[in-house]
Design a protein around this ligand. Structure first.
Ligand SMILES: CCCCCCC[C@H](O)CC(=O)SCCNC(=O)CCNC(=O)[C@H](O)C(C)(C)COP(=O)([O-])OP(=O)([O-])OC[C@H]1O[C@@H](n2cnc3c(N)ncnc32)[C@H](O)[C@@H]1OP(=O)([O-])[O-]
Length: 698
């Protein structure tokens, strides 16, 4: 993961040095690291937020280029989990460390105590473990392990860098094997996989129950085992088992499972092997997901299994084979989990956070137990029936002090704010003297109430002579117009209401653009369709690097009609190449995969990239903006181009060609004002709505 961590640092526009072993090739001692660099753009999911970020990475080898370490404030070691090899490397690099440089290991299994055994005292005070999760660009969790020797200034410095520059959420763990997330996550994986194989149960049904009833990520348990790789799981679990105390339950559930060993021998190690528990095959040219038969390692196509229970409680009460299996593994899992308190951490909310951010669970394990049966009382009862000893945490009733409101803390915490205006879909808040508009619909979708309150918010901001911040209180800026509403209007032929809504949306966008106060949008997650249009009408955007934004309407059989088309013409400012690029954005429903791409593809000139989405509003509120100069000239000059000559129209579908013709008609006008394009947008939208080119059911 070394090159992927280097890419993450480069994404934040920090200079980074990537050192790898020196190659034996005397003509090119950097060939190993060059290969690593060449592979970065090929990594999936992509490690780089934009190819240009590669320029932030300087390369070298660990024989000739150690001098480069003297330029570094932080050195992260990411090599094989073998203590003697790590020691050798530390001995090599320590002479080159600056006096205040921090040394960190990305080990996932070796304790800090052991890593520090042969390290000079002067380094011990600035040597920590920074445990990134894979893929480092996307996983928000970072486990930080320090000890008494590490001075507070070092902890502050590295915390700031990891949080602000790299956008990580830090969970502090005690120096115990596997720390928090892997100790718990890998335990559950091994427990489920090994017990299920022994009982000859079907992975497909087990995964379906995990995803449907326990709300685990789509991979489920067997799918995640495949994703991590059976070989890697073996390395992690073996290393964990070797470092855990004799009586640790992990050793007991890590039972000999010949089927798993045979799978490794056959290279059935998951996604990077020839198969795993699952594989994707082309059957009659159709991509088909198959599941392994443990008897002969053949594969069978999966038919979507139906889970006949509506909730996990129903399943546990059912007495069925799978009901009994889940009861047994959940009891074992929770007894192990609670036995880790306070050894691993005494903060149960940190455990939940680690599992949500490191393993993508929708709920952490403690929150989950609240939703299974009557939580700890159920666990106690089941353990007693099975005559299993209760960990102190459960036996002493410590769980009774749990505050369930602390399980999921709002991403951008504006809890202390005063509500100034509110309706069912949005609110205007006063937070530390900043005026904030936030949407509260599902996925922050846009509807009449959102626009009505947005207009009122701008009025209020103008009266108070205050800038207005548009801030999502959840993980997404906005998924655009409420498509369910659009589909409803179309289905009921209510085009008058649809047009009214379009007009209201356009009015709100123009109000954002031409109000005399600054509109600052904090863009995180998805900003699609109408969500993107709000960004295009804002004066300044603070954009989280992982922003997914774009005018995606064409992919839904619609066209941008809240000023998206108008802005694409406006922003070209008479420049032919820019106009073509902007038109391609609309036609191809260009959804960008990072803020870097959004800024370039959509020609955004007033933006700042932020790496930590939880801090986005804080960063925005610390910026100062000059008094807005309201533009008066609303005329747009149109460069005379023929779209059919400039673009390869053979690749476009019926909707795209129809839209191209409409856009060409606009270009033919040579000059147009914004209001006129808005009217045309509405007309095109309504024409399409009356004769949709795609099923709008959503
Ligand atoms: C109002 C009339 C005005 C018309 C004027 C339009 C003009 C404008 O220019 C056009 C638009 O904005 S066109 C719009 C352009 N925008 C788009 O085309 C984006 C459409 N959305 C998507 O592509 C995906 O939802 C995401 C990629 C955003 C998230 O994927 P993910 O993370 O896998 O999550 P998930 O599971 O997919 O969704 C979670 C829940 O949210 C729900 N929901 C989501 N978006 C909704 C919407 N717009 N609407 C309603 N609901 C929407 C979704 O149904 C689900 O509900 P459930 O009850 O829990 O099942």
């Amino acid at each position: 993961m070394g090159s992927a961590i280097a890419a993450l640092i480069a994404n934040s526009s920090c200079q980074v040095v990537l050192l790898d072993i020196a190659s034996n090739n005397p003509n090119d001692r950097n060939s190993v690291v060059k290969k690593a660099i060449e592979n970065i753009p090929k990594q999936r999911p992509p490690s780089l937020s934009h190819p240009s970020k590669l320029a932030f990475i300087k390369i070298g080898n660990l024989k000739d280029d150690l001098q480069l370490i003297t330029e570094c404030d932080l050195i992260i070691e990411v090599i094989i989990e073998q203590i003697d090899i790590k020691y050798k490397l530390y001995n090599k690099i320590i002479p080159y460390l600056q006096n205040d440089a921090i040394l960190a290991s990305n080990t996932s299994t070796l304790p800090l105590k052991q890593l520090k055994e042969n390290i000079p005292d002067s380094i011990k005070s600035r040597f920590v473990i920074t445990h990134f999760f894979n893929p480092p660009r996307y996983m928000e969790l970072l486990e930080l392990i320090t000890d008494q020797a590490v001075v507070p200034m070092v902890v502050d410095k590295i915390t700031n860098f990891l949080t602000i520059n790299l956008g990580k959420t830090i969970v502090k763990s005690n120096d115990t094997p596997g720390f928090i997330a892997n100790r718990i996550g890998c335990y559950l994986l091994e427990l489920v996989v090994r017990t299920a194989i022994k009982a000859n149960l079907n992975p497909v049904i087990i995964d379906k129950i995990f995803t449907d009833l326990l709300k685990f990520p789509n991979t489920g348990i067997f799918g995640l085992y495949d994703l991590i790789g059976h070989d890697v799981m073996k390395l992690i679990s073996t290393s964990l088992v070797n470092s855990l105390p004799m009586n640790d339950q992990y050793k007991k559930i890590y039972i000999l499972t010949p089927i798993l060993d045979k799978m490794i021998a056959k290279n059935l190690i998951g996604r990077k092997g020839v198969g795993g528990f699952y594989r994707i095959s082309a059957i009659n040219k159709v991509k088909t997901k198959e599941v392994i038969n443990f008897q002969d390692f053949s594969y069978t196509a999966i038919e979507d299994p139906k889970v006949e229970y509506n909730s996990i409680n129903e399943l546990l009460d059912s007495g069925s084979i799978y009901g009994q299996f889940f009861k047994s593994i959940l009891v074992e899992f929770y007894l192990y989990l609670t036995s880790l308190i306070p050894e691993v951490t005494d903060n149960i909310y940190d455990i939940d956070k680690a599992m949500r951010l490191g393993y993508s669970w929708k709920q952490g394990p403690f929150e989950l137990l609240y939703n299974i049966k009557d939580g700890f009382e159920w666990l106690k009862k089941e353990a007693t029936i099975k005559n299993l000893p209760l960990p102190k945490y459960v036996a002493n009733n410590n769980y009774k002090t749990i505050d369930s409101s602390k399980f999921q803390v709002s991403r951008i915490n504006l809890r202390e704010s005063e509500v100034l205006l509110k309706n069912n879909s949005a609110q205007v808040l006063l937070y530390q003297d900043r005026l904030v508009f936030s949407i509260s619909t599902k996925m922050n979708c846009l509807n009449e109430e959102v626009f009505t309150l947005l207009l009122e918010a701008v009025d209020l901001a103008e009266q108070r002579e205050q800038d207005l911040y548009i801030v999502p209180l959840t993980d997404n800026f906005s998924a655009g117009a409420d498509l369910k509403l659009v589909a409803h209007y179309i289905k009921t032929n209510d085009f008058t209401k649809l047009d009214r809504l379009l007009e209201l949306g356009q009015q709100a966008m123009m109000r954002l653009k031409y109000s005399h106060i600054n509109i600052i949008s904090c863009a995180v997650g998805f900003a699609l369709g109408g969500g993107c249009e709000i960004l295009l009408h804002s004066d300044f955007i603070v954009a989280h690097q992982e922003l997914n934004a774009g005018l995606v309407e064409v992919s839904r059989g619609l066209v941008p009609a809240f000023g998206g088309i108008k802005e694409m013409f406006y922003r070209a400012q008479g420049n032919k190449d820019r106009l073509i690029k902007n038109i391609i954005n609309i036609l191809t429903a260009n959804k960008t995969s990072s803020a870097d791409y959004f800024i370039l593809d959509y020609g955004i000139s007033s933006a700042q990239i932020n790496m930590n989405k939880q801090m986005i509003f804080l960063e925005a509120s610390q910026l100062t903006f000059p008094k807005k100069v309201v533009k008066v000239d609303k005329k747009i000059t149109l460069p005379q181009i023929s779209l059919s000559e400039e673009l390869d129209i053979s690749q476009y579908n019926e909707l795209q060609i129809l839209l191209l013709a409409q856009l060409q008609d606009i270009i033919a006008l040579q000059e147009i004002d914004e209001q006129e394009i808005l009217e045309r947008e509405r007309k095109i939208f309504l024409e399409l709505a009356q004769n949709p080119k795609k099923d709008l059911a959503f």
